[in-house]
Design a protein around this ligand. Sequence first.
Ligand code: FAD
Length: 525
Amino acid sequence: MSGTDLERAARYPDAVDVAIVGSGPTGAAYARILSEEAPGLTIAMFEAGPTVSDPPGAHVKNIEDPDRRAAAQRASEGPGAGADTVDSPGAVKSGERRARPGTFLLADGYAFPGEDGLPVAAMSTNVGGMAAHWTAACPRPSGSERIAFLPDLDDLLGEADRLLGVTTDAFDGSPFGAVVRERLAAAVDEGRVPATQVQRMPLAVHRREDGRLVWSGSDVVLGDASRENANFHLVDESLVRRVLVEDGRAAGVEVRDVRTGETHRVRARAVVVAADALRTPQLLWASGIRPDALGRYLNDQAQVVFASRIRDAERLVPESNGAHGAREQVAAEGALSEQSGVSWVPFTDDVPFHGQIMQLDASPVPLAVDDPVVPGSIVGLGLFCAKDLQRDDRVEFADDATDAYGLPAMRIHYRLTERDHEVIDRAREEIVRLGAAVGDPLDPRPFTMPLGASLHYQGTTRMGPVDDGESVCGPDSEVWAAPGVFVAGNGVIPTATACNPTLTSVAVAIRGARKIASDLASESA
Ligand code: FAD
C-alpha cells in the first residue's frame, strides 16, 4: 500500500461498533460515555468540517491571537465563509440577515410568502460544532420546559454538568455581578421559589491551573476518557451522506472524504446522528428514514434584547479593582474578560421567558461601547421566549434541489401564533422593566431579534414516550422507525423550552449512549 492508501485506510475503517455523525457537544457526549462505560467498543466520529482548534473541538474564544481566532471562525462557516458577520457595529440592531462569527445562514428556503420563516437560522461546520463558538450558558429547564416522561432527568442533567464542566463561580471576580443580581432580584424574586429566583448563570466555563478562564467546547465533553481511548477515532472533513439501513436496522454510514471526494462505506452496529437540529432530520430524510414527525414541531426561541448602563458604576467599582485597572484587564485578557458576569432570570410557567443578563464582552450582542464606560458596567439583557408548538412548523427537504453539501435542500415553514405575539409583547415590557431596575437604558426601545437568532432550534427529531406518530425517537433517542439509529441534539427536545438547550440535549444524549452501551454489550455476550 502507498502512504496515501495507508492514510485513507486509517481514516476510514471498514467497520466499527458505533458511528457518530457530528462532533458538537451531543455527539461528543456519546463518545465520552461510551469511552467511560464500554471502552471495548470501536467508535468512529465523522465530522463534515475541519479541525479549527487544539485540542480538537476547543472553543475558539480560547485562542488568544485575534487573527488565528478569526481564521478559526471563518473555517467554521462552511459555504458562508467570507460573508459579513454581525461583528460589525449596528448590524444586529439593523436586523440585517447576517450570521454570527463561526456560523452561516441558509442560502435559501428560510421563509415563504405569508409565513414568518427563520431568516437567521444558522449552523456551524467544524470540529466541535456550534460549541466552538457558543456562550456556554447551561441553565436547567424548569416547569413545562422539562421532559416529564424522563424519570431520571435530574440525574442526567447532573451528569451533563460534569461532561460540560459547568460552574457557577467563574465570573465571581466580575465587579458588578452581585449588584446586577441584587437589583434584578428586587424586581423579580417576590413569589418565586429559590430555584427560579435570580441567580448566577451556570456556565460551561472554568479556571485553568494557570489562572486563565476557558470556555468548554466539545474538547471538554470528549475529555481524556475519549482522547485516551485507542478505540475512538475522530475523522474530520468527512461528510456523511447516508445512514445505511439493512433489514430495517442501522447498518453503517456512507461518508465522503471532503479532502479527496472519495466515498467510503463504514459498517456500524449503531449509528448516532448528532448533526444539529436542521441537518439531523436532513440526513435521516436523505437516508430514506422519513417518519411523519420528522422535521416537525420545529421551534426557535424568539429573542428580545435591551441594554442598560449600571447606575452609579464609577462609585461601585471596588477599590482593589478600580475602573482603570479593570479597563487594562480587558485589554490584556482579550477574548475572555473577567468583567463578563452572567446572571440568570429563570423561566417559569407564569413568566414564560428565560433571562440571560450579560456584562460587556460576554454578550453575543455587540454593543457600541464608548471609551469612558467602566468595564462591566454595560449590561446586555436578553429574554428568550418559549414557542407555542405547532405541528406545521417544520423543516422540509426538497427532492429536486440540493444544498452546498449535495444533501436535500431545506425548506422552512414557520409561523408565530397569536400567543407567540402576546408572549413577545410581554417579554418586551418585561425587559424594559428589568433594564430600568439594573440601570439607565441605552435606548428606551427593546429590540426583537430576527427569528432564528437564538441559535436554539428544537423539536425536529423530537422524543416521545410512545410511537404515536408525533415523535421521531423514544426516551433513549433511538429512532422508532430504524432501531440502532440514534438521534442527538436540540432537535430531540420535545418541550417548548425558553432556556438555553444544550445542557438538556447533552443530558438526553447520555441516556442514549448508555442504551447503546448496554445493547451492544448484550448482543456481544
Ligand atoms: P452542533 O454543535 O451544531 O454540531 C453539529 C455538528 O454536526 C457540526 O459540527 C456539523 O458540521 C456536523 N454535521 C452536520 N451534518 C453532518 C454530516 N452530514 N456529516 C458529518 N458531520 C455533519 N447553547 C446553549 O445552550 N447555551 C448558550 O449559551 C449558547 N450560546 C450560543 C452562542 C453562539 C454564538 C452559538 C453559535 C451557539 C450557541 N448555543 C448555545 C447553541 C449551542 O452551541 C448548540 O445548542 C450546541 O452546539 C448543539 O450541539 P450539537 O452537538 O447538537 O450540534
